[in-house]
Design a binder for this molecule. Sequence first.
Ligand code: WQD
Length: 351
Amino acid sequence: MKKILVTGGCGYIGSHTIVDLVENGFDIISVDNNSRSSERLLEGIEKITGKKVKNYKVDLCDFNDTNAIFEENEDIAGIIHFAAYKAVGESVEKPLLYFENNLVSLINLLKCVEFFKIPYFVFSSSCTVYGNPDHIPVTETTPTKAAESPYGYTKQMGEQIIGEFSHVNDTACVLLRYFNPAGAHPSALIGELPIDKPQNLVPVITQSAIGKLPGITVFGNNYPTRDGSCVRDFIHVSDLAHAHTLALQYLIDKKNKSNPEIFNLGTGSGITVLETIQAFEKVTGIPLNYTIGANRPGDVVAIYANNDKARQQLGWQPEFNLEDILGTAWKWEQKLKEDEKLFTGKNIQLN
Ligand code: WQD
């Protein structure tokens, strides 16, 4: 059974990917400093898969601590690297935090990959590397333009670092460019756990619907799109997770045609912010309170994927549609509220 190191394994996409990897026969260890995640999702992984996954609570920006994981686990066969900060808006306000965290962690990890000769490396990249594309949908050969945010720059630079690294090492690398991850595992045992106020649209919608937020501010409806709000390609986190398993197996089977190899992971359909809000109201029957606000610095106007390459070469087929994405996100939000009540209830009993 191949042992795979998943960085950011306690996070949103990392936890869902661990479920898929375990279900496909891999042995997993996680490294996550829980700065923006909680080991609570490891409990959910265990409930779903029956497997207890060990997490090393280590900051990848600390080289010695990172290196120690590899010294302790000489049988690491591959790495899937999620650990990074990922909020576009926040990265505009705190660029140095994003450059340091996202790039130092990657470089430390690659130093270990080089020294310990790890054969396979899958990198969590993003459609933000395209910037504001001139033509949509984007393919993997669409030229990357200037990123619209420091977050996007960290993904562009991460891809370049891995590219140069792969030219002088035998490690086979894949760069997965996610579009907009959303939704939750159908069991509602794992999902997105925003530590503070959520930055992304779908958790803002579900927290507004459940009353944790007073409403939604739509960041602009004056864009050159069909209803003036931005266009995005929402992809279910479980579909995204399975693509990682397929990408890893693709490398193990030595099917990669280039190094690194790039894949777009989106559904191939674009939807506006306002249409997403309307779709949630339709799926749940819950009216949402939203206002139109100022445009958010760093936002791309419109982007969605051409995903033919992942379908043809990875055999990837997204299974969840927008209604599933919004429905599972809502089910998870409701589960969080139940758990909070349960926890609060226990407090009352104990006093
Ligand atoms: C989507 C749209 C906002 C919140 C995300 C991830 C990033 C990357 C790409 C994976 C934008 C609008 C949002 C709100 C709003 N994914 N919005 N009101 O910026 O596309 O980036 O996907 O790597 O990691 O952050 O996602 O959900 O923040 O925004 O109007 O309260 O929703 O302006 O147009 P984004 P998002």
